[in-house]
Design a protein around this ligand. Structure first.
Ligand SMILES: [Zn+2]
Ligand SMILES: [Zn+2]
Length: 275
């Protein structure tokens, strides 16, 4: 069995095909999937997906670089309370995706991105309060991501004063071995996506070789980032098997071993999810 630890099945292009997508998952032995929230506005559709199917689970969070809805209306900026009231709902097992994304600064400087850093802190506070793991998205911002996690006490080696760490996963990992080491040191898991299969992704394969399998998750981030040989097409959870195959190749172990260990890791991390 394979588990897709990060996908966006509530997005219209996937939701409209959900029957076929589930049939393809079953045929590929992909037994579970995590549906990830990116705004509070979409959260009801994320949650509904998890409530409709036994093997789907959900998270609540606001993606770091979301600023407006499709119609240009500003999104709701989450408070700790907003996250916590949704985190207690059935089948909500994680907080995110959250983190920092400095890829599109839209003319601003990193100093002017304090709103993202504050949004990230709000998610960390909520995760610590409800003891659900963080799904971390970091792009062009790894130094600040690690620094804020440390500043907020997210260091499994030390713990926070009086409150345990939330922990979590760095999703769709595209960083260096050094960033992987820093994330592992803080106690986080690392999730690899279809990017691992891309020809030009040797640096990510190097990072994957470095991360112990006991700390790896696999994901599709569908509908984005379809793995080779489907690169450029719509991605779906069934394709997480291609990520597993590539991770097995990089690590020199069987694909069954990757499936078993990453599946175990998923249920260890997301304690609210059950097999
Ligand atoms: Zn992401
Ligand atoms: Zn995502």
């Amino acid at each position: 069995m394979f588990v897709d630890s990060h996908c966006h099945l509530n997005f219209p292009e996937l939701k409209s095909q959900i029957k076929d997508i589930r049939a393809a998952m079953q045929a590929a032995h992909v037994t579970h999937a995590m549906v990830i929230s990116t705004t509070l506005e979409e959260f009801p559709s994320v949650h509904e997906m998890a409530m409709s199917y036994d093997n789907f689970w959900a998270t609540v969070g606001v993606h770091p670089d979301n600023e407006t809805l499709e119609d240009g209306v500003p999104i709701q900026e989450p408070t700790v309370e907003d996250l916590l009231t949704r985190a207690v709902l059935p089948k909500v097992v994680g907080i995110g995706e959250t983190g920092l994304d400095y890829y599109r600064l839209n003319g601003r400087t990193i100093t002017q991105m304090e709103w993202q850093r504050e949004r990230f802190r709000v998610h960390i506070r909520a995760a610590q309060a409800c003891q659900k793991p963080l799904i971390i998205h970091t792009r062009s911002a790894s130094d600040d991501t690690i620094a804020i996690l440390k500043e907020m006490g997210e260091d499994a080696r030390q713990g926070t004063a009086g409150k345990p760490c939330a922990g979590g996963v760095f999703h769709c990992f595209t960083e260096t071995v050094e960033v992987a080491r820093a994330a592992l040191d803080l106690g986080f898991y690392i999730s690899f996506s279809g990017i691992l299969t891309f020809k030009n992704a040797q640096a990510i394969r190097d990072a994957a070789a470095f991360v112990p399998l006991e700390r790896c998750l696999i994901e599709t981030d569908s509908p984005y980032l379809a793995p080779t040989p489907y690169r450029g097409k719509t991605n779906t959870p069934a394709y997480v098997t291609y990520v597993a195959q590539e991770l097995a190749r990089v690590k020199g172990v069987s694909v069954e071993e990757v499936a078993r260990v990453t599946g175990d890791n998923y249920f260890k991390l997301f304690k609210g999810a059950t097999r």
